[in-house]
Design a protein. Structure first.
Length: 219
């Protein structure tokens, strides 16, 4: 928030929408799913690392070999303590649409409606589904999906940012050299978090927003 001097009407409307959504009681028939993506640089070791030993931490050489980048789609259902992470070579429109299809048709096939929280990346809009799936197929598919967008420059309102931070600290923040290892480590992390049903407790309300931010509101 420190970089925003003026909070417009559009900003407030989107913020209120998300804060109202987060305040609703849990309903498995209408899951709230926060989605974002993260880029991961693959760094291959050029020398064999020294494993940890009693009284000594693991050590690795400062040199590394770049092995490209991978994209991680991260979706989290905060109140259910469930998340899905998928590693892809790119983050194009077809990649994003395929991930949302996976969520809607497999993970949440039982849901009457899916509330999807997103930022304003150009691949995140209805037109992308229409371009990839065709108008009729997209209309049928999106009948169960309701988009909720963060205000511009306010990704802090997307709880997927919190989950990505945890993913980075607990799993992907160290040097990983190839896609197979990245996928294996991410899958193990995802399964452990899901088994433990690690939830995100969101406490920031509309009342909190008005109290803390009202001096920045503009008509």
């Amino acid at each position: 928030m420190w970089c925003i001097g003026r909070i417009t009407t559009e900003y407030r409307e989107r913020m209120y929408d998300l804060l109202g959504l987060y305040a609703q009681p849990y309903d498995s028939s209408e899951p709230v799913i926060c989605l974002d993506e993260k880029s991961k640089q693959l760094w291959e070791q050029t020398r064999r690392p020294l494993a940890a030993a009693p009284g000594q931490i693991a050590k690795e050489d400062y040199e590394y070999k770049r092995s490209g980048t991978r994209n991680l789609f991260v979706a989290v259902e905060p109140k259910a303590g469930h998340r899905e992470v998928k590693v892809t070579a790119r983050r194009t429109k077809p990649d994003f649409v395929a991930f949302v299809q996976f969520l809607a048709l497999k993970v949440y096939a039982h849901a009457h409606k899916i509330h999807l929280v997103l930022d304003n990346l150009n691949t995140h809009f209805r037109s992308c589904f229409e371009e990839v799936m065709g108008l009729e197929a997209a209309a049928v598919f999106l009948a169960r999906v309701q988009f909720h967008y963060t205000p511009k420059h306010a990704s802090w309102l997307n709880m997927a940012e919190i989950e990505i931070g945890i993913l980075d600290r607990q799993c992907t923040g160290h040097r990983i050299g190839d896609e197979a290892r990245l996928c294996a480590e991410v899958l193990a992390w995802e399964q452990r978090r899901n088994q433990e049903q690690r939830r995100i407790e969101w406490k920031f309300t509309r009342q909190d927003a008005d109290k803390k931010l009202s001096r920045h509101y503009v008509s």
